[in-house]
Ligand binder design. Structure first.
Ligand code: HSE
Length: 438
């Protein structure tokens, strides 16, 4: 009989409890797949007394995560506490330094300390697996690290935050405001405790930092990512996008450019026909453009107890099988530093929505300012809600003007818009959304 893999679990929240249940409930199938049994031998959580509906007879209770990491009975530490620092960080470092493998769902910790932890894992011959940290049940880490190990990647982009996609979906489908949809997401328990972490793009940025490292061999660095959230998106943007054949999604994008790896998170117009545009509600998706192969899109649940536990169990199974891949797909020493993308040099198409004065010459003057910056217009739409009636009533009115540009540089767009503002033909701040082509 092959020795079992002895697992210690730190954190018995929704995910931790589900992991314990799955290891117990699927023990025969897991044992058959891995060639050895997997056994939970010790656990720790904030409260020992809390009712969790788990049978923990025969399982040791460790005083704290550190004690669990030091427990000689434990071969593999499963960290499901969360947080970018202690106690998770110290417990993981202790485990790795004593040669124990680690499985974690902690995106914040991997985004911040992934490089240092990967070095510790490699130095001590341990595994550091974090499939659940990005897109929960979607096996995107494994796809990038192993499945596409022989493919040069040009771009990886995705919907990595279910809360933002839920908000944008409802705003589009029901014409609701951002605030109304955020309140619903919080009521339904999708949003993080601090909703700004979701809606301002930071959750997506942490996940993107991990994907970019795997895809491009960069040092995982959240600070290298340009981040913009979705709070400025209005229902009229989603309506206009739909009319023009686009949808707005909060994307995390990492792309190889002539100037290096560009990593950015921002609301993005995507063609309605693209795979990523079909992804609605809390679902996550990642598209990978590999050199010489058509794009691969993985779609699935990016959060939730069972979805996250599914990825955690797969990572534990890899440890049981003896798989010891470099955490970021190549030796951590070889990962390269990357600079923050200078967005003023970003090249792409743009959606621009302006509130313009409804008088002769306005459209011409806007077009002139764009032309001065060599920006070519792909489409322009002006919609007056009341049209002739407002004119007949002698009202000098404002009309939304929506422009889609061909590919240009971001600094050219902002120079043109400054000139338009100086001309006093528009009121308020222009809305600008980047377009990502598939
Ligand atoms: N708040 C995250 C989301 C949870 O909305 O996707 C998973 O990281």
């Amino acid at each position: 009989m092959v020795a079992p893999l002895k697992v210690g679990i730190a954190g018995l929240g929704t995910v931790g409890a589900e992991v314990v249940r799955l290891i117990e409930g699927q023990s025969a199938a897991l044992s058959a797949r891995c060639g050895r049994p997997i056994r939970v031998v010790a656990v720790t959580a904030r409260s020992k007394a809390k009712k969790r509906g788990l049978d923990l007879r025969g399982v040791a209770w460790a005083r704290d995560p550190q004690a669990l990491a030091e427990n000689a009975e434990v071969d593999c530490l499963v960290e499901l506490i969360g947080g970018a620092g202690d106690p998770a960080l110290s417990a993981i470092e202790t485990a790795l330094k004593s040669g124990k493998s680690v499985v974690t769902a902690n995106k914040a910790l991997i985004a911040k300390h992934g490089l240092r932890l990967a070095k510790a894992a490699e130095a001590h011959g341990a595994a550091l697996n974090f499939e659940a940290a990005v897109g929960a049940a979607i096996p995107v880490i494994k796809t990038l690290r192993e499945g596409l190990a022989g493919t040069s990647i040009d771009r990886v982009y995705g919907i990595l935050n279910g809360t933002c996609n839920y908000i944008l979906t409802r705003m589009e489908q029901e014409g609701l405001s951002f605030a109304e949809c955020l309140a619903d997401a919080q009521r339904l328990g999708y949003a993080e405790a601090n909703p700004s972490f979701d809606v301002d793009g930071h959750d997506t940025a942490q996940k993107l930092a991990i994907l970019a490292s795997l895809a491009f061999g960069t040092k995982v660095a959240e600070s290298a990512i340009y981040v913009e959230g979705i709070s400025s998106i209005a229902p009229e943007d989603l309506r206009a996008a739909a009319d023009l054949g686009y949808r707005v999604k909060l994307l995390g994008v990492a792309v190889r450019t002539a100037k290096g790896i560009e990593q950015r998170v921002h609301p993005t117009m995507v063609p309605k026909s693209s795979s990523i545009a079909q992804v609605m509600g809390v679902t996550n998706a990642v598209t990978i453009d590999g050199h010489g192969i058509p794009p691969i899109t993985l779609v699935g649940p990016g959060a939730g107890g069972s979805a996250t536990a599914s990825a955690v169990i797969a990572d534990i199974a890899d440890v049981a099988r003896g798989v010891r891949a470099s955490p970021f797909g190549r030796p951590a020493e070889q990962l390269k530093a990357t600079e923050k993308a200078p967005m003023e040099r970003h090249e792409g198409g743009y959606y621009i929505r302006l509130m313009a004065r409804d008088l002769p010459g306005t459209a011409a003057s806007i077009a002139t300012r764009l032309a001065e910056q060599k920006i070519s217009i792909e489409s322009i739409v002006q919609r007056h809600p009341n049209g002739e009636a407002a004119k007949a009533a002698g009202k000098s009115s404002q009309v939304p003007v929506i422009l889609i540009t061909y590919a240009t540089h971001e600094d050219a767009v902002y120079r043109a818009l400054k000139a338009v503002q100086r001309d006093k033909v528009i009121s308020g701040r222009p809305q600008v959304i980047r377009i990502e082509k598939n």
